[in-house]
Design a protein around this ligand. Structure first.
Ligand code: TXA
Ligand code: MG
Length: 335
């Protein structure tokens, strides 16, 4: 199959709608990361997402809508707190999990009784959903296990020849995937941190639970509340280890590991003589770090890094999302 990359012209959006209605796959930009979209209500189309990505079939997909009115049909019931969240942060980088309606095929929900729904703010994403005329299931448009794509070229590198079309909407603004919260259990629980922060969620909901897998690896045999948390993720080829503590300590560890590369903050690079560095933004600039993280992980492969030491991000605000992704790409190794 030839994969076409196109800017979001009216003609391209119309064609994308046709491909999606016909059961095909189209990669689309969103404000978080690029998504690999298919008709969420078409079991066969959804299954082809799993095979293109090499994704385990028990890992459920997020269903994307272009208007809040489309939510109702996808879920059993929308509780008051879910509506309040949606009013505050939709359209935007937030995914809300509720009990699913019978419209959602098992392939979309990974066999679960719940469904994750998101109303993206990216205009191209919304135009494609409108053109398709159906809600779109869209996981990140990377090969399973690789860093999520934040540029059309990342999608092309992973999925060329496997999908019909990539719509190039430029760099994704947020750069990490949406915040995922479940309101299907007893207490609102954060399953994945993202651009909508814990503080922003608590401003609306009051105190929320944070699933332990957000910060730590699951114990052997422990069940994942979000199936995505149990799989190896965001991994470049390089072997990454996170380094806690000061820049001085970071430099001294690099000094003892000849040939290792550094994944570090802007400003660190000039002080690391002779070390190959990939930077992710200034130390205090959490939004900037989120925006650049996945491209930086792919850059490590491009420079042929085999062993990488990375500075440990903070766990506050949007940086919690950076921490959550980076600690997975390092297989939870922190020194
Ligand atoms: O920003 C995003 O959310 C991007 C863009 C394309 O919208 N999409 C995305 O999808 O990140 P994906 O499939 O890469 O991640 C979805 C995550 C997975 O970890 C999955 O396990 C979890 O959400 N998830 C989806 N439905 C769920 C459900 N019903 N219960 C628990 N976790 C769920
Ligand atoms: Mg993903």
């Amino acid at each position: 199959m030839k994969t076409v990359i196109t800017p979001p012209t009216d003609e391209a959006i119309k064609r994308a709608g046709e491909i999606l209605r016909g059961g095909g796959l189209v990669a689309i930009p969103t404000e978080t990361v690029y998504g690999l979209a298919a008709n969420a209500l078409d079991e066969t189309a959804v299954k082809s997402i799993y095979s293109a990505k090499g994704r385990p079939s028990d890992n459920p997909l997020i269903v994307h809508i272009s208007d809040i009115s489309q939510w109702d049909a996808l879920v059993e019931f929308i509780p008051e707190n879910a509506l309040e969240l949606a009013k505050a942060y939709w359209p935007g980088p937030l995914t809300v999990i509720l009990k699913k309606s019978p419209l959602i095929p098992p392939a979309t929900s990974g066999g679960l009784e719940t469904v994750a729904v998101r109303f993206p703010s990216n205009e191209t994403a919304r135009r494609v959903i409108d053109a398709a005329g159906v809600p779109l299931a869209a996981p990140s448009a990377n090969l399973s296990g690789k860093p999520s794509p934040t540029k059309a070229r990342h999608v092309f590198d992973d999925l060329n020849g496997k999908i019909e079309m990539i719509i190039d909407g430029g760099d994704c603004e947020v750069g990490v995937e949406s915040t995922v919260i479940t309101l299907a259990g007893e207490k609102p629980t954060l399953l994945r941190p993202g651009g909508v922060t814990v503080k922003m969620l608590e401003d609306v909901l009051g105190k929320i639970e944070i699933n332990p897998a957000v910060l730590n690896s699951l114990e052997n045999g422990e069940e994942a509340a979000s199936p995505g948390m149990k799989y190896k993720h965001y991994s470049p080829k390089a072997d990454i280890v996170l380094v806690e503590g000061s820049f001085e300590r970071f430099r001294s560890i690099l000094g003892k590991n000849e040939g290792a590369a550094a994944l570090c903050f802007d400003g660190d690079a000039e002080r690391l003589d002779g070390v190959r560095c990939v930077t992710i933004g200034a130390e205090g600039d959490f939004d900037g770090q989120a925006h650049r993280l996945f491209d930086a992980l792919r850059r490590l492969d491009e420079i042929g890094a085999e062993k990488v030491f990375a500075r440990l991000p903070k766990t506050e605000g949007v940086s919690l999302a950076v921490y959550n992704r980076l600690i997975r790409s390092a297989g939870f190794r922190v020194i």
